[in-house]
Design a protein around this ligand. Sequence first.
Ligand code: ADQ
Length: 483
Amino acid sequence: MRVLSVASEVYPLVKTGGLADVAGALPAALAAYGVDMQVLLPGYKQVMAKLPNPVRMLEIPELFGTSASVLACRIDGVQYLVLDAPELYDRDGGPYTDAYGADHPDNWRRFAALSRAAAIIAEKGIERWIPDIVHAHDWQAGLVPVYMRHGAAAATPTVMTVHNLAFQGQFGADIFAWLGLPQSEFGMDGIEYYGDVSFLKGGLQAASAITTVSPTYAQEIRTPAFGMGLDGLINARADVLHGIVNGIDTEIWDPSTDPLIEGHFTLSRLKKRQVNRTALANKFGFADTDGPVFTVVSRLTWQKGIDVLAEVADDIVAMGGKLAVLGAGDPALEDALKDAASRHPGKIGLALGYDEHLSHVMQAGGDVILVPSRFEPCGLTQLYGLRYGNVPLVARTGGLADTVIDANEAAIAARVATGFQFSPVSADALREALRRAVRAFADPRIWVRLQNQGMKADVSWDRSALRYTGLYADLLAPKREPS
Ligand SMILES: Nc1ncnc2c1ncn2[C@@H]1O[C@H](COP(=O)(O)OP(=O)(O)O[C@H]2O[C@H](CO)[C@@H](O)[C@H](O)[C@H]2O)[C@@H](O)[C@H]1O
């Protein structure tokens, strides 16, 4: 089965968040089930610089006012297709923003081009490789199913995966004329959204199947509270909606071999974890290694509940804990955390910025990974925490609710608890959960049990890869007429 996956970021070539991890891990995970997945992504400056021996496979003479080509490149067994269009992608800054952090004004054109290129590949193939299915991720690939339904590959099934419904790719109606779509698309069943254009809405309407990254989030987005204005549409398409929880790449995230951490450890050699704790304490300038070290690796935003975290920072210290935060985002939240760190030198440490290496160090050396998100489609840092003995303390929402088993008394006694959940996302509820964690940490028997159970949890892609494979197979199965 041949599947073309289309994403705006893919680890290890370019990453700003969880989408890259998932788009990067899927090809290998699905290969185990006989899926031949190739991944199309934009040829940003940082991507082009990383390609070993790219081969030019397909010329696209006219793509949104510029010429483009598709390069193929194999890295660690994965076949990447890179859309080389310098006018669109050869720029300083990140995948979506310029060097000053502002969105590129022509992002609609940059990602419409990615989607159009995917549709062209679906029609023409790359050499003799023609996808049986096209799998689009998030709004940046939202127009893939839309372009496909108006072209020669209209019969090829498409899957639209929502990694975060908060980002919809909404642009003014004036861009519609430039998209090269029939006028009928500017309507209820197409990409029109309250008089604007929405790339994600288009994808959700046109795709053969919709998936999101956990079963709980799949239910939540059917409600006005989580549906971000699209709950009506999602409910109307509930028969093709699936919640498939993310896994993690257990080779990259393996505490027994991880080259980015100080000391390797396993379930049976948990004591060896200690050197990582010390390394973390040194990195964040902690005065000592007493008490639990709470860690946060996150975009610093309202979605992630970082305002609530800042509210309880003093309490963490008062409870005898330490706090280490790695992240970047909203300047007001960065300031609130900077203030907390300056109030508590040696106890609260802040690393502002994006640092993949440090994120591994934190998972290996922390005691608790905090994820106080207001909504969380799946969440990956709690999965890395489980695997690294960094016990998750999470808000009871979305994929966090699906992947962490709360340490209530019954779950502790039954030896199934893996972390702590709290609800609602408020300072009071978070404080209460922190207290529970501090109490559990004080009892080494309970704590080691939590770490053990977490490290034993299956966070691999195995089960979910099987579910994606099943979904693809269903989409390809000949439709039976109702009898
Ligand atoms: N400052 C920093 N330095 C280094 N690494 C950092 C970092 N900030 C974040 N990261 C890393 O970026 C990734 C973030 O992934 P998440 O799943 O937690 O959230 P994100 O909102 O990006 O993803 C969206 O897509 C994913 C994938 O489907 C869903 O799990 C999630 O719920 C959804 O919001 C993790 O690998 C984390 O370690």
